[in-house]
Design a binder for this molecule. Sequence first.
Ligand SMILES: *[C@@H]1O[C@H](CO)[C@@H](O)[C@H](O)[C@H]1NC(C)=O
Length: 394
Amino acid sequence: MQRRRLRLRRDAGLTVFLGVALGLLLYVQHEGEAPTTSAPRARGKEARRPSLVTRAFQTPVSHAGPLAYEGDTPAPPTPTGPFDFGHYLRAKDQRRFPLLINQPHKCVGDGSPDLLIAVKSVVADFERRQAVRQTWGAEGRVQGALVRRVFLLGVPRGGGSDGAAPPAHWRALLRAESQAYADILLWAFEDTFFNLTLKEIHFLTWASAFCPNTRFVFKGDADVFVHVGNLLEFLALRDPAQDLLAGDVILQARPIRERDSKYYIPEGVYGLSVYPAYAGGGGFVLSGATLHRLAGACAQVELFPIDDVFLGMCLQRLQLTPEPHPAFRTFGIARPSAAPHLRTFDPCFYRELVVVHGLSAADIWLMWRLLQGPRGLACGHRRPAAPGPFQWAP
Ligand SMILES: *[C@@H]1O[C@H](CO)[C@@H](O)[C@H](O)[C@H]1NC(C)=O
């Protein structure tokens, strides 16, 4: 312990350098306004998530100033025109799609995983899958716990025949990835923003069937950084046979009734004035017991086009409330632009978090190096997971 501390102190210089580098990286990205193929996260008023949100545990940093830092996530495509609710309502009885690529052996072999990590991804997001594989999503033993990983994918819109990703190309890519890493789950529905609910349902059913004895499941986006060590520490105190769903809990969110919003929900589709409590889809954790119960409950809840709200509805059906955890920041951290006084970047802040949302592949990798890399991180003292808003060090 003592020796480690000394070594860490020697590495402090390097850590400061990397910290500054990351700060610069984030800053430059902001200045360059990285192109984005739209993400299911808030950007500006138009894309704001369900309004008047109370976030348990934390001051509403994410919708006060600039909203979540979005990076360049190739997220599932969002329809450009207004969402066709009529079509959605007519089509929503069709909710079972075949599994095109399975990983039937994911959870057999060297024992059932303690933690199954499931990451929503789209075919085009190869780089982030690689970053996740090499960093926080690495399989194997972490602090003694067995960790396994899957990526959740649908078919690119139009079967990929729109030229962006020729069908033969993306099929070959996924087949090769599946052979190399055995972590691809591909279903036959179109991988669109409003089909994320289908992804949710199919994943729960899959995990319940093929990973029945996993102790816990983490489900999140590919653009998050997860501090798996902190997550496992939190889970070590919990019983997988008890109900648990913890994350960035959003209370009293109101459906958005403005037609031009990405999250517009007409009253005919959802008549109540608030959504049930739900955990932000960027990253949350659940117990094995809750996995099985949710798989059953969600199969009976009518499809709803916003996936994390939909999961809140399944929880409500089970009379479960999601548990707020202060270290899940699924709305991401405000960019440096939110802190014009930015001079240094404090990577120690991230050490106390479990999930940070909105990172590029490079950010994920660098964060990993800073926090988990062989050199570790020299922080003066261990702060508690602060419920307060993020502060860039003055
Ligand atoms: C969801 O996927 C199905 C099957 O591919 C497709 O017919 C439907 O249009 C998609 N729905 C949305 C809202 O994108």
